[in-house]
Design a protein around this ligand. Structure first.
Ligand code: DAH
Length: 337
């Protein structure tokens, strides 16, 4: 190898790169000169045979060759890209494809709005998996061993102790196992039950769970005022809220909470089945037995609630059949924009 040969190789490479017509041509030239089996690496290997005194000069010449070839490749690549750019191949006068604007699904909207309302009250969003343990979904929530909700006809069992959660309440357990009081969480999520789908039931639906536990007294009055505040923020100032005594294994006392029907303003219509009220959630004061299951001091105080997201979306928008929310008819969903 001589310095003249290096010069000649440079000339030849630059001429070939300049002649490349398209991107593929530029790439072929790159492989030929700089690629692993290309001519430059071969010359680099040849450096071994150069007399030690000449090595610096040869090294410099080869580096200059590499720099010149790389620069020429970049430049040519940009030039051919500009030539074959969209201006040649794209006809701007063609009519465009119409792409519909998306809308937030009413279920997502209720979830977002609810978490915003509770975030303003100091609740943070917690999360839990759809696949739960029997312990989190039932045992720790003080559900009797033979409670009918554990039945195979109600719960999707995945194994002896694994199931698709039937409620978001197991996230209460996860939150309390993870942290000492005070705990103030809100958790939206999917739930699963072996329900036959009809106008008001689905095998897969959404709930939002709330839990507040503290070492200072937390009373039913706190729960009532918090939920009444939520109802007004969500449905508007004229909504009425009604608490009915109920039973849940994990709260004592327990209540069911109804909102006055948004559609008929309480007069009675098809949405509220003529009653003027719609049941939207279960709630109550956390049973001390639940505190025991998570290693909390039984002297803690707390309230919890769990609401049906589809229910709220339905009354908010006057939807009479839950199935329409999941029919994926964009014309219908766009109504909620
Ligand atoms: N998990 C209950 C259900 O699915 C709803 C519920 C009731 C949640 C009372 C609660 C609660 O947190 O305190 O029917």
């Amino acid at each position: 190898m001589t310095l003249q040969e290096i010069d000649a190789a440079k000339e030849a490479a630059l001429a070939e790169i300049a002649a490349a017509k398209d991107e593929a041509g530029v790439e072929a030239a790159r492989v030929k000169f700089l690629g692993r089996n290309g001519s430059l690496p071969a010359m680099m290997k040849g450096l071994r045979d150069v007399a030690p005194a000449d090595k610096p000069a040869f090294g410099q010449a080869l580096n200059a060759l590499r720099a010149a070839v790389s620069a020429a490749l970049e430049e040519r690549k940009a030039a051919v890209a500009a030539q074959s750019g969209p201006r040649d191949s794209f006809d701007f006068s063609l009519p465009g494809n119409w792409r519909g604007t998306g809308a937030i699904h009413p279920v997502s909207e209720v979830i977002e709005e609810t978490t915003r309302i509770f975030a303003r009250l100091g609740f943070t969003v917690a999360d839990g998996p759809d696949i739960e343990t029997e312990f989190n979904n039932f045992d720790a929530l003080n559900t009797a061993k033979h409670h009918p909700s554990r039945d195979e006809r109600d719960t999707f069992w995945l194994g002896p102790e694994l199931l698709l959660r039937t409620q978001t309440s197991p996230v209460q357990i996860r939150a309390m196992l993870a942290k000492k009081p005070p705990v103030r969480i809100i958790n939206p999520g999917r739930c699963y039950r072996r329900d036959t789908t009809d106008a008001t039931h689905a095998a897969n639906f959404h709930q939002i769970e709330g839990l507040y536990v503290d070492v200072v007294p937390v009373s039913l009055a706190d729960l009532k005022s918090t939920l009444a505040h939520f109802a007004r923020e969500m449905m508007g100032p004229s909504v009425q809220v009604r608490f009915r005594p109920h039973f849940f294994p994990f709260t004592e006392p327990s209540v069911e909470v109804d909102f006055s029907c948004h559609v008929c303003k309480g007069k009675g219509c098809a949405v509220c089945k003529q009653s003027g009220w719609i049941e939207v959630m279960g709630a109550g004061i956390v049973d001390t037995r639940v505190f025991g299951k998570v290693g909390y001091d039984p002297d803690c105080y707390g309230y919890a609630f769990g609401m049906g997201v589809e229910r709220i979306a339905m009354i908010k928008h006057g939807v009479t059949d839950l199935r329409t929310l999941y029919a994926n008819d964009l014309r219908y969903l766009r109504e909620f924009l």
